[in-house]
Design a protein around this ligand. Sequence first.
Ligand SMILES: C[S@@+](CC[C@H](N)C(=O)[O-])C[C@H]1O[C@@H](n2cnc3c(N)ncnc32)[C@H](O)[C@@H]1O
Length: 267
Amino acid sequence: MLTPNSLGSIVVVSTGMTLGAHLTPRCRSYLEHADIIFGSNPALVEQWISEINPNYHSLQGLYAEGKHRQITYREMVDTMLAAVREGKKVVGAFYGHAGVFAWAPHRVIKEASAEGYSAHMEAGVSAEDCLYADLNIDPGRVGCQHFETSQLMMYQRRIDPSAYLILWQVGLAGDTTIKRFSTGEAYRQILVDILSEYYPPDHQVALYECPFTALDDVRIDWLALKDLPRADISPITTLVVPPSEKMVKNQQILDRLAELDLQSQQL
Ligand SMILES: C[S@@+](CC[C@H](N)C(=O)[O-])C[C@H]1O[C@@H](n2cnc3c(N)ncnc32)[C@H](O)[C@@H]1O
């Protein structure tokens, strides 16, 4: 059995979406007290973290057009783990919620823990949280499905058109190379063909981008599903598809529940 290694450690902190506004006191404290911080964040956020702790090292330079992203993610994990093995108090700082649609933050915790080091993640505010607030959506009202866009396209998934559908990384729709930063119109047309099995072509969908600074505006652009291929989509765009159908009651289950209620009243 592994015993906790008393020297090195890693905490993966979430820096939130909007600069300075979303960092929890716990995350801030870990940043302040780290021996070394590695992170992947928007440029302004990187600058701001460097002011909290000058020993910040950006991992953004590991990305490159034409380089398989899995290699980049592996390098991120190896960089953070090397510092942990040197006995340092390491912090990994990732924007939004560090564990939402992000491989390296989960992986580094898994591997550091397996080697006996103290390792955990601190939760934060993700694009999803901002989306619920900015679009006035309660995911509990009719349910809400989240998919990585390319995964939805490449696997046989079931969409429920009576719930919200949120598609992440829509700018990378259909990328089989895992080496590009964007695909394009022809790829998004295939996405629209898939979604058209569930939604009418004029169904209104939203392109959502929450601001990274208090000076930026939120982007909420409504358009017809059929116009999605030609829309202006960036790496930070999230696609929001509201329900197109009403929920249908499950009468068989309602009858069984009514029967149970009747029995409990008779006891
Ligand atoms: C690799 S994921 C990272 C998500 C991040 N960890 C979070 O907690 O939101 C990148 C995707 O998150 C979404 N995203 C990132 N920044 C966003 C923003 N400012 N507004 C809306 N969605 C955003 C987009 O779907 C983008 O393709």
